[in-house]
Design a protein around this ligand. Sequence first.
Ligand code: SAM
Length: 459
Amino acid sequence: MRIDVVTIFPAYLDALELSLVGKARRDGVLDLRVHDLRDWAQDRHRTVDDTPFGGGAGMVMRPDVWGRALDDVLADEVHGRRVLLVPTPSGERLTQRLVEDLAGADHLVVACGRYEGIDARVAEHYSVGPSLEVREVSLGDYVLNGGEVAALVVVEAVARLLPGVVGNPESLVEESHATGPQGGLLEYPVYTKPAEWAGRAVPDVLLSGHHARVARWRRDQALERTVRRRADLVRALDPDGLDRDDRSVLARHGWFVPPGEPPVPVTVRAGRPPDSEALARLAAATFPLACPPHLSQADVQEFIATHLSPERFAEYLADPDRYRVQVAETAQGLVGYTLVVLPRTAQEAPYAADVAALVHARPAAELSKIYLLPRFHGSGVARALLEAARAEVADVVVDGRPVGVLWLGTNATNRRAQASYRKAGFAPVGRRRFQVGGSLEDDVVMAVDLTGGTAGHGR
Ligand code: SAM
């Protein structure tokens, strides 16, 4: 690859004789040439700038001087793809993707600006015609005095992608900002000897010699770091590259992965009185989806009007001794909720007596509702809501006894729901009849022992 840098401070680029880039030049992988822009000035003072048309502070670099310099540099025959890079804080952001793209070029010419920058006609002039691409590129949202640092950055970032420059090409694969299904994350933290320094030990797993565990630990760390530092990168993750463990790390930090979509931040929190309207809307949208097809629209609508109105939700939210509501919320609004009904007495079991016997008359709370927009099915949000509902009842004491059981009824025909409750630790304990409008429905009753045992065979 050939790179030409044009600058008024050629000595600034001396650093490119050092390290890997210096070696690449000596090895002939990189043909790097640095030019002094003033060599193309035509006056005694070697002037390259003048005052801005339209007035204002500072000086602007002259297009005629730049034109002569670039024409000369570009006059050398170089076959293949040629790119003129113009560093400027108003350019497109330099990213690893752009660096990878530039590494595929055959000839890069970097035009280092100073003062208020280069006359705008220069970039325009060289953009015309198919033989040269012009890219105006910014290092970031801050202003430097000149483009030389940007030239150093581009040369270093591009050169290390050229074959033979970095000794072990494997080391490029796992890096921050790498591509591929495992890519898109910041790199995990790295450690070396001594194993203990300043009272700080290297994480045990790295000394274990267990490759799979080390790989998993590193992946977890990369995910956690990216979640904490770069939400923009999390939002751009490829869902196909995220396995179950990745998803649970993300879920612990409040990010969930709807099927086929990148991760979305979802907050699970206690419901508050102002949520009642949004809860009623969400309930009206989700309840019909969980109903079996034989139920009439009229019955479904009657149930919604009676039990899922804004007024009903306002009642639930105003009475925490009896009801506990948890909601799942994204920036766009509520996407799921749970409603737990707490028992008034230790004996209260508002379903068939034989089921009550199975849970051994421990105070039992009912998970009356858990609903989620279909977009979030399979995203882990349902699990997070369930855990929040369980945590809600964990310290509730009724008649001096802690609530020991969480139970729910779900339509016998809804196998998908039963399977997911089973995964969450619920076991079937019986049946009950459930009125939806004019229809008496068959429900499976499932329960989970909150004290760690099995609900069906309690102590
Ligand atoms: N007046 C310009 C503006 O506000 O956009 C800033 C000019 S700056 C003082 C002078 C030169 O530094 C620019 O022409 C460019 O070559 C370089 N430069 C400054 N900040 C940069 C950045 N964030 N990325 C790339 N180059 C930058």
